[in-house]
Design a binder for this molecule. Structure first.
Ligand code: KIV
Length: 265
């Protein structure tokens, strides 16, 4: 089965088909996401938090994303693979952005790359698209700007910032991106942007009107029970399932119930 292409994802909007996107960072999770029918798998720079244990995404490097891309890509039979351009891998110049995007394709096995920012990132998006690499934009809450934004907060609550986010989304489309992530913006603003753009919008904390949705796999699976922001729907509570199973294993080993004769040679 062929993997879904960027043009196919773009056309889902005119066909009225929603796009389901999920993050994955390793082969096992990517295989399950693909089997579940996910359209797009994202190796997000969220790996800085959920894999590396950081408090933000700022220390992730292009080589980290490439490594996880190479773990994920061979597991995908159908889903499209997008890799994130990490902090300071594209902000310096369009030439730097193109070089980094090229590495994500050649060494990370990306089919497309994602980068944050609208108006300020338009020249980078244009350079990457002109080189034949499909781009996913990302506006609203842009986690790589966490210090400028004063935390991971909803963006666009007042008229001035809402207008700026709309301008950003339009700039992303005009620069040639084939879809755009809208993160943590009011549902009404996301609906307006979705109506205005020809390219699909993929929401995270942006309401139901977006053309698609994305969630971090660890969040939707409940791998960390302590983390439950409003925008996450938990489809499983795997923290308790996994710790329960591991505790049973520990008890079996210590009590001599594992391994049994059936596990030996
Ligand atoms: O890094 C990431 O996982 C992301 C998604 C949450 C959109 O950017």
């Amino acid at each position: 089965m062929a993997r879904i292409s960027a043009p196919e994802l773009l056309h889902k909007k005119e066909k009225g088909e929603k796009i389901a996107m999920i993050t994955a960072y390793d082969h096992a999770m990517a295989r399950l996401a693909d089997a579940a029918g996910v359209d797009m798998v994202l190796v997000g720079d969220s790996l800085g938090m959920v894999i590396q244990g950081g408090s933000d995404t700022l220390r992730v490097r292009v080589s980290d994303v490439c490594y996880h891309g190479r773990c994920v890509a061979p597991a995908l039979e159908r889903a499209h693979l997008t890799l994130d351009l990490p902090f300071m891998s594209y902000q310096v110049s369009a030439a730097q952005a193109l070089r980094s995007a090229g590495r994500l394709v050649q060494r990370g096995m990306a089919q497309s790359v994602k980068l944050e920012g609208g108006v300020r990132s338009a020249s980078a998006i244009r350079a990457i698209v002109e080189a034949g690499i499909p781009v996913v934009g990302h506006v609203g809450l842009t986690p790589q700007s966490v210090h400028a934004m004063g935390g991971f907060k909803v963006q666009g609550r007042d008229a001035a910032t809402a207008a700026r986010i709309l301008d950003d989304a339009v700039a992303v489309e005009q620069a040639g991106a084939f879809c755009v992530v809208l993160e943590m913006v009011p549902s009404e603003l996301a609906a307006e942007i979705t109506r205005k753009l020809q390219i699909p919008t993929i929401g995270i904390g942006a309401g139901a009107s977006c053309d698609g949705q994305v969630l971090v796999c660890n969040d939707l699976l409940g791998l960390d029970a302590r983390f439950k922001p409003r925008f996450v729907k938990r489809y499983a509570e795997l923290e308790s399932v996994i710790t329960g199973a591991m505790a049973e294993y520990v008890s079996d080993v210590k009590g001599g119930q594992f391994p049994g004769t059936e596990h030996g040679y």
